[in-house]
Design a protein around this ligand. Structure first.
Ligand code: ZN
Length: 116
């Protein structure tokens, strides 16, 4: 029996907010790119497994309006996977009620202080 899986690939883009708002007002959104120029529509993993592109989405990373939080140490965006609205970001780790990315959490647990 076959089962379908969703593979999400995420990019974080830093852009000037006014530029994005103006491009949307002008009806030429900056993020409305032709994916064919960057990514194949299909990826063949092997003879039996073929991934087909389905869609792209843009989410503004803001801790207050969605489940995106910056690592206390390095500032990398992470998501709290134990909450229902998790985003396709790296998993948040908790140490002493602070949120870290996996790499910084591993360092802290190993006794290595934040280097950022
Ligand atoms: Zn970090």
């Amino acid at each position: 029996m076959k089962k379908e899986f969703l593979i999400a690939i995420s990019y974080i883009v830093e852009a000037d907010e006014e530029l994005i708002e103006q491009s949307e007002k002008d009806k030429h959104p900056v993020f409305n790119i032709n994916l064919d120029n960057y990514f194949p529509r299909q990826i063949k993993f092997n003879e039996d497994i073929l991934a087909k592109w389905t869609c792209s989405t843009t989410v503004t990373l803001e801790s207050k309006s969605n489940n995106s939080v910056k690592c206390e140490c390095c500032g990398t965006w992470v998501t709290q996977r134990d909450k229902p609205d998790a985003l396709p970001l790296s998993r948040a780790e908790y140490i002493d009620e602070k949120i870290y990315c996996v790499e910084c959490a591993d360092n802290i647990r190993s006794g290595i202080n934040c280097r950022h």
